[in-house]
Design a protein around this ligand. Structure first.
Ligand SMILES: *[C@@H]1O[C@H](CO)[C@@H](O)[C@H](O)[C@H]1NC(C)=O
Ligand SMILES: *[C@@H]1O[C@H](CO)[C@@H](O)[C@H](O)[C@H]1NC(C)=O
Ligand SMILES: *[C@@H]1O[C@H](CO)[C@@H](O)[C@H](O)[C@H]1NC(C)=O
Ligand SMILES: *[C@@H]1O[C@H](CO)[C@@H](O)[C@H](O)[C@H]1NC(C)=O
Ligand SMILES: *[C@@H]1O[C@H](CO)[C@@H](O)[C@H](O)[C@H]1NC(C)=O
Ligand SMILES: *[C@@H]1O[C@H](CO)[C@@H](O)[C@H](O)[C@H]1NC(C)=O
Ligand SMILES: *[C@@H]1O[C@H](CO)[C@@H](O)[C@H](O)[C@H]1NC(C)=O
Ligand SMILES: *[C@@H]1O[C@H](CO)[C@@H](O)[C@H](O)[C@H]1NC(C)=O
Ligand SMILES: *[C@@H]1O[C@H](CO)[C@@H](O)[C@H](O)[C@H]1NC(C)=O
Ligand SMILES: *[C@@H]1O[C@H](CO)[C@@H](O)[C@H](O)[C@H]1NC(C)=O
Ligand SMILES: *[C@@H]1O[C@H](CO)[C@@H](O)[C@H](O)[C@H]1NC(C)=O
Ligand SMILES: *[C@@H]1O[C@H](CO)[C@@H](O)[C@H](O)[C@H]1NC(C)=O
Length: 594
């Protein structure tokens, strides 16, 4: 081997070390390939097309450590456009990777596109899913776990195992049929069931559950404690989650550690994620039920909308039998649910993703710079079509992503005139977005005048859930705000006929989607965006990452898009600078040593 070859060989080894050793100071890269395609499955006993990821339903876990650069090559083998979004992951300075139509052009059928982003300042439980056209109702979702670096302690003993449970209401109609119904002005109606990890209910009752349905079994050992990460990836149903005879010790939600408390059941709204520490402290006289049942509806009528899986101890003496553990019995009393929601608080002494305590950020003492009231009403007919609104505006999906339109000076792609409160005018369809101020500290009041409980989600950010109530929000409601240890999260419920107030520090530049996470409402236009740019950054590249090299073009910029051909190089940017410098320094060192 010549000197040159030796150097090259050494360099290659170093590349691998840098890429795969998490202990390196340069932030490592982790690579994933996700291929979305249809498979036939019968989770509720009826064969249907579901969206699989790498032929699996639900999709595989993306499991990385905080600060990693995550590179995900998404291949679209569906017959329609696709984008993947990353629920709860804050794309710092890079809405280019967020995967919604206001930030990305869709990946056409048979095309692929490589996302690249760094996961920073967040440790916890998230998930990914297809964001367009109700596709999530057919699958395409999977868990996204961000673990802590070794030097950052976790505020509980290391669990003996990690279990992911994805729950969600489910229709035997596929996403195109559900879309047809909505386009036709028809409500989706009651779901056909609830799936747990892509599987139908365990046959806990011969009358209610037909024979031959494949159900999920979670295998555990007695005496051990598991971290159980639960995500509601469904269409629109809030689910009450419980494990028979076991306490759920709530430890984390959407990337923030909670003050640890035991619950016998927890309401998990559409789009929400929780980690529970569950100790296997029962005698295993039989298996135990894991239940996810529809909430805030008449249980007698909604009986079939119940997911049932099995918790199986390795020393179990028999099958689970008998009635399911009871759900909360409060159909006409929302105070229980409200109290539970507000009991989820942040552990202000636990370390976050960074070595400084989370509690050092005293959000309760910061002056609010702007207030937005977003009111949702039941769907209405606009221009002959069924539509859903915030502040009387039903959002029209962008043709050209908003920041891409800015970068190429495309005029008229959107309007910066989203009203900061309801205007009591006739509803209309528009591309109105919020002109938000970089570094502002804003209060958003979600007023739900719809007849269903809503999930509100914000991309790119977590917000402090400071208050929640029934009835109309008023200035006096501020008196009830939690200004000390409110939980920070990215998806929050808004009760029917009620309100939720959140505070957000606008420190992440870009354009970020605000939406109803209820898939039908979102599809019908209940969303907008917040455009947050640093006015001092005239080139636009200092605070915000530049347009990615591999960006897809569409709409007014479609002429810039080259037909896709397979290439072997993916561009590297962002945290990779440190990596490149490191490689250069190391190669210099090696040349000296050799
Ligand atoms: C969805 O279901 C409809 C029937 O309702 C069927 O025609 C269509 O092919 C299905 N679409 C997919 C993608 O499976
Ligand atoms: C993620 O990876 C960590 C470390 O490699 C492992 O301990 C953990 O069990 C994994 N979690 C999941 C959900 O795969
Ligand atoms: C598509 O995938 C190939 C590898 O299969 C990759 O080399 C290429 O960069 C990808 N294209 C985009 C636009 O991400
Ligand atoms: C909060 O975090 C601290 C620090 O890790 C931990 O010791 C404590 O048990 C946690 N408290 C609660 C109530 O979760
Ligand atoms: C469309 O609407 C009509 C009348 O409301 C209804 O009878 C029909 O079932 C609907 N079709 C679908 C696909 O929902
Ligand atoms: C099964 O469910 C039906 C309907 O709710 C109920 O009448 C019956 O008692 C249940 N059977 C058992 C064995 O619990
Ligand atoms: C939660 O319940 C378990 C028993 O399942 C108990 O050991 C633990 O002390 C409880 N933790 C708290 C914080 O109440
Ligand atoms: C639930 O529905 C059943 C059947 O329609 C009805 O008999 C019952 O009164 C309802 N329960 C409540 C609490 O409304
Ligand atoms: C908040 O505003 C009040 C006046 O409205 C002012 O006195 C106070 O200094 C401000 N606090 C901060 C932290 O800026
Ligand atoms: C957006 O807000 C900034 C101040 O934050 C203001 O200078 C600008 O004129 C606004 N743009 C529009 C179109 O309202
Ligand atoms: C709540 O506000 C709406 C207007 O948004 C109003 O019509 C309604 O009467 C108010 N309800 C109460 C109980 O004040
Ligand atoms: C919605 O608002 C209307 C008036 O605008 C009011 O009469 C009704 O009670 C409200 N309903 C809910 C569920 O908030």
């Amino acid at each position: 081997m010549g000197a040159l070859e030796r150097t090259v060989a050494m360099l290659l080894l170093i590349h691998i070390a840098v890429l795969f050793s998490p202990s390196f100071s340069a932030d490592p890269f982790a690579f994933f390939d996700l291929e979305l395609s249809y498979i036939t499955a019968s989770p509720l006993g009826v064969p249907q097309q579901v969206i699989a990821v790498n032929k699996k339903f639900p999709g595989p876990v993306i499991n990385v450590t905080t600060n990693y650069n995550v590179v995900v090559n998404v291949r679209n083998n569906l017959d329609e456009d696709l984008l993947i979004t990353w629920s709860g992951i804050q794309m710092r300075r890079s809405s280019w990777q967020d995967g919604v139509l206001g930030t990305n052009c869709p990946i056409h059928p048979k095309w692929n596109w490589t996302y690249q982003f760094q996961v920073k300042d967040q440790i916890g439980s998230f998930f990914y899913y297809p964001s367009l056209n109700m596709q999530r109702a057919a699958g395409g979702f999977g868990p996204f776990v961000v673990t802590n670096r070794d030097i950052i302690p976790i505020p509980f003993a290391m669990p003996d195992g990690d279990i992911v449970i994805m729950i969600g209401d489910w229709y035997t109609r596929n996403h195109t049929a559900l879309r047809d119904a909505l386009d036709n002005g028809t409500d989706l109606g009651m779901p056909d069931g609830v799936l747990i990890n892509g599987k139908g209910p365990y046959r806990y009752n011969d009358t209610l559950v037909p024979d031959g349905i494949d159900y999920e079994t979670i295998h555990v050992d007695p005496g051990k404690t598991y971290r159980v990460r639960v995500h509601n990836v469904g269409v629109s149903t809030c689910l009450n989650f419980r494990i028979q005879s076991h306490n759920l010790l709530l430890a984390e939600t959407e990337g923030y550690y909670t003050s640890q408390q035991n619950y016998t059941s927890v309401d998990i709204h559409v789009g929400q994620s929780y980690s529970f520490l569950v100790t296997m402290d029962q005698n295993a006289s039989s298996d135990y039920y894991i239940v996810a049942s529809a909430r805030f509806v008449n249980q007698t009528v909604w009986q079939r909308v119940t997911g049932v899986a099995v918790l199986h101890y390795s020393n179990s003496k028999g099958k689970a039998s008998g009635p399911l553990p009871d759900p909360p019995n409060d159909l006409f009393d929302s105070s229980f649910a409200l109290n539970q929601a507000m009991s989820i608080r942040q552990n202000v002494t636990a370390s976050g993703a960074r070595p400084n305590p989370q509690g050092s950020f005293h959000y309760g003492q910061i002056n609010v710079t702007a207030v937005y009231i977003l009111r949702s009403l039941p769907p209405v007919t606009i221009d002959g079509k069924l539509r859903a609104t915030y502040n009387e505006i039903s959002f029209v999906k962008p043709d050209t992503p908003i920041r891409l339109a800015d970068a190429f000076s495309v005029k008229g792609a959107y309007k910066l005139d989203f009203p900061s409160q309801p205007l009591d005018r006739p509803p209309k369809m528009d591309r109105s977005i919020i002109n938000a101020t970089y570094k502002g500290f804003i209060e958003i009041i979600l007023q739900n005048n719809d007849t269903i409980v809503q999930s509100f989600h914000m991309d790119g950010y977590s917000f402090f859930v400071v208050g929640m109530g029934i009835g109309n929000w008023t200035e006096n409601s501020r008196g009830s705000y939690n200004r000390w240890d409110a939980i920070s999260r990215s998806t929050v419920q808004v009760f029917a006929g009620g309100w939720t107030a959140v505070l957000v520090s606008l420190d992440n530049v870009g354009v970020w989607n605000l939406r109803s996470e209820n898939l039908d409402r979102w599809y019908l236009g209940q969303e907008t965006y917040m455009r947050i740019v640093n006015p001092e950054d005239t080139t636009g590249n200092k605070t915000e990452l530049p347009v990615p090299d591999n960006v897809l073009y569409c709409g007014a910029l479609a002429h810039l898009q080259k037909p896709q051909k397979i290439s072997s190089t993916t561009s590297i940017r962002g945290g990779s600078k440190v990596y490149l410098i490191l490689v250069v320094v190391l190669s210099a060192l090696i040349s000296i040593l050799c």
